[in-house]
Design a protein around this ligand. Structure first.
Ligand SMILES: [Zn+2]
Length: 757
């Protein structure tokens, strides 16, 4: 019986294989295919528009989003590097749906000994092992990280049943949470803070040789997952790469630290005056009005004095934030603090930096100035920065963003010297992380799903902000920066439209490539006016909301009137690269003698050769070294049809103003690359003058491999270059110029001979 089944199944399989083969052969014979035009619309790739999200890319009339408010009491235990918290979450169900449970993110569980993130890594040994990490991995026990949940209770102190699944926790509600209702519940928790310098990760502490710690604390409390019309509950596991999906809400947070700590974080510190000395407070007030340069509020001497001892007492910082999607803070007794005021319209925003002496002199010199410049640049690009402050914290090996606060690398050598690379790296990361306030802190995309929606858009805006701060700054978002990546081993690439944890090379895929794509749209495809308006429209439409890729793609078209589906399809949905070259150049001469093709066509329409001679002109291919400009022009002007037309329609003066066209060139462009892209051709003439020709991407609609343009010129063309300024990420420069410089094939030497004529 069993044998028979296997045998029968084998026959069935081979039969169906045969049938598919037959079908394939038939298709080959008919040469039929599905619509493979690179210009077909993205109808099948994008979700159907609805009342939540419109076809124009804007929020629909029934758009909703959930809200979560947090009240938290936090204790930072510096002695044991632990953090304790009690929080009350009030969750507002603004969706039309009934919810029977809630999903809460427990991101710290990525540090738990049984975290899935370790098990899904399959890349072999690490390049470097610090002794602590090596011991934890191979000799001793893993770091005892992850949340310890003491309880989950209702506000009336009844335990709520919950289930932890890795970095997610489901809380089962006693009653269904109906549309329009809200529910409050309490969670008590603690965890061991990881050393982020050794163990990696996006938050933790750095331990200094002087015995002190620098805490950059984030993902530190159970946070509500997003529920929306797109994903339902966004409860994908946190594996480390795909960042966060978070809801907006209001926060009231009390943080108890050692008495000698300086702290700042998301929100207004409502008791800042009590937290500073009288002198420091007066400096702070001065900083509030200092628009031209930073004012040092806690000095290096004060910080150095502070770090010599350990205070026994504690103090409690009170922070309040409205309409933020997350909360983070930094705390240490080592901090120097400075600030500068930034004018935005009639509002003032504070640019603030926290750093230890190890960051100087670099941090005193640059950090706050860079923050101030970034706030201005991004406000002009997108919308005015809505919060009251933007903080940059110096944290070794960090580059991580939160509302109003970010943690940034860039440390000089112990003797205070630093390289250009360290300086530029620090400036770049500060601009980038402060810039994240726009994407995704305010334009609140789903980072767990799409890395490019915040990283790519932000890396693009960063490039413009970097050039504002320092023209010529080595930004990474230029098209030339992605050439190596895009032309690499295709099996090691993924389209940008790939969930972030499944991307091979995040730095290129989620940062540089989308940024370069936007740069190409702005510089090559759309132009500054149309692009800037559309990009701003996207940011304004979705500020304090949750956009998706479709909302971005649609808005960029909606506000500009430029069909970009071909660009999204190629750049975002495939791993194709751009390679356009010049295949051949032919020379023609105008003639009255019909070509063979014209004669054949003429016959079909009943025209005699005489008719053809009297009524039309023809371009006939000639040997380029035989072309003689002047006689060619003369014979062209003597063409009966043309001379009659010119005489009838132009006065003598007008005829004299007509171009003195002597040469006709057919330029044959080839496209070995899979992407379609506008052709940027720089044409050099015999007298050294240069002309730039622009052919839109749509030139490739009817032939994806080769297109031809015919030019009539007054001067001989001596050279053509494609994309001479490297604006289109063309991966192969060898075929970009005519004559080709390094080839000495017969064909090329022929061209060179032509040139010397
Ligand atoms: Zn980033």
């Amino acid at each position: 019986m069993k044998k028979f089944t296997v045998f029968a199944a084998a026959i069935l399989i081979s039969l169906s294989g045969y049938a598919q083969q037959k079908e394939g052969e038939q298709n080959d014979k008919q040469e039929g295919h599905y619509n493979i035009s690179k210009f077909r619309q993205l109808k099948q790739e994008l979700p159907t528009p609805n009342t939540y999200r419109t076809a124009s890319g804007a929020p629909g009339h029934e758009y909703y989003q959930q809200k979560a408010d947090y009240k938290m009491d936090i204790i930072l235990d510096d002695e044991n590097q632990r953090i304790y918290g009690e929080e009350v979450i009030t969750y507002f169900n603004n969706s039309p749906d009934e919810l029977e449970y809630l999903w809460v993110q427990l991101d710290q569980n990525i540090r738990a000994p049984d975290a899935k993130t370790n098990d899904v890594k399959g890349a072999g040994p690490s390049t470097f092992y610090r002794p602590k990490k090596f011991t934890e991995e191979f000799l001793g026990e893993p770091f005892p990280g992850g949340f310890h949940i003491d309880y989950v209770k209702s506000t009336s102190d009844n335990d709520l049943p919950y289930t932890i699944n890795g970095t997610m926790m489901r809380i089962d509600l006693p009653n269904i949470l109906k549309s329009g209702e809200n529910v409050s519940f309490k969670i008590k928790w603690w965890y061991n803070i990881p050393n982020h310098v050794i163990d990696g990760g996006r938050s933790g502490f750095e331990h200094f040789e002087d015995g002190n710690n620098n805490y950059v604390i984030a993902q530190f409390f159970p946070r509500m997952a997003v529920y929306n019309d797109v994903e339902g509950w966004q409860n994908m596991q946190f594996l480390g790469r795909g960042e966060f999906a978070l809801v907006f809400g209001d926060y009231e947070v009390n943080i108890t630290t050692p008495e000698d700590h300086i702290l700042d974080g998301t929100g207004v510190i409502t008791n800042r005056k009590e937290m500073l000395t009288g002198k420091q407070w007066r400096r702070y007030e001065k900083a509030l009005k200092s628009y031209d340069k930073p004012v040092i509020i806690v000095t290096q001497e004060e910080a150095e004095e502070n770090e010599k001892t350990v205070a026994k007492g504690t103090k409690t910082w009170k922070l309040k934030a409205e309409n933020v999607r997350d909360f983070a803070f930094a705390s240490s007794r080592k901090y120097i603090l400075d600030g500068q005021a930034v004018k935005l319209g009639d509002r003032t925003v504070m640019a603030i930096s926290l750093y230890s002496k190890e960051g100087n002199p670099l941090w005193e010199e640059y950090s706050t100035r860079v923050v101030a410049s970034t706030v201005k640049s991004y406000s002009a690009q997108m919308f005015d920065y809505p919060y009251h402050k933007a903080i940059s914290v110096h944290a070794q090996r960090q580059g991580m963003e939160y509302p109003m606060i970010c943690f940034n690398f860039g440390r000089p050598k112990p003797d205070g010297s630093y390289t250009e690379r360290t300086r530029n790296g620090m400036i770049g990361v500060i601009i980038h992380e402060v810039g994240h306030n726009w994407f995704p802190m305010i334009v609140n995309s789903d980072e767990r799903q799409w890395g490019w929606m915040d990283e790519g858009l932000n890396t693009f805006a960063q490039l413009l902000a970097e050039q504002d701060f320092e023209p010529g700054f080595p930004s990474r978002g230029y098209p030339k920066n992605v050439v190596t990546y895009m032309s690499g081993d295709q099996s090691r690439l993924a389209p940008i439209m790939t969930q972030h944890d499944n991307v091979f090379n995040s730095g290129s895929n989620a940062y540089s490539k989308p940024a370069a794509g936007l740069f190409i749209l702005r510089e090559v495809v759309m132009g500054h006016d149309l692009f800037d308006k559309a990009f701003k429209t996207y940011a304004e439409r979705w500020r304090f909301k949750h956009p998706t890729p479709a909302d971005f793609f649609r808005t960029m078209e909606d506000a500009s009137g430029v069909d970009l589906d071909w660009f999204w399809r190629g750049w975002f949905y495939t791993t194709h690269y751009n390679d356009i070259g010049i295949k051949d150049i032919k020379m023609y001469q105008a003639s009255s003698e019909p070509t063979e093709k014209a004669k054949r066509m003429g016959k079909r329409y009943g025209m005699s050769d005489e008719d053809l001679r009297n009524n039309y002109l023809y371009l006939v291919e000639i040997d380029s070294d035989k072309s003689n400009g002047d006689s060619a022009t003369e014979s062209m002007r003597n063409n009966p049809a043309l001379s009659e037309y010119l005489a009838d329609n132009f006065s003598k003066e007008e005829r004299e103003k007509l171009r003195d066209t002597k040469y006709f060139y057919e330029i044959i462009f080839e496209k070995p690359g899979g992407l379609v892209m506008p052709i940027l051709a720089e044409i050099t003439y015999e007298d050294g003058t240069v002309e730039n020709k622009y052919y839109p991407a749509e030139i490739w609609r009817f032939n994806d491999k080769e297109v031809k343009k015919v030019l009539g010129t007054e001067k001989r063309i001596t050279g053509i270059k494609i994309d001479p300024n490297g604006l289109t990420a063309d991966v192969n420069a060898e075929n970009n110029s005519w004559p080709r410089e390094e080839s000495d094939s017969k064909f090329e030497s022929f061209k060179k001979k032509t040139l010397s004529n």
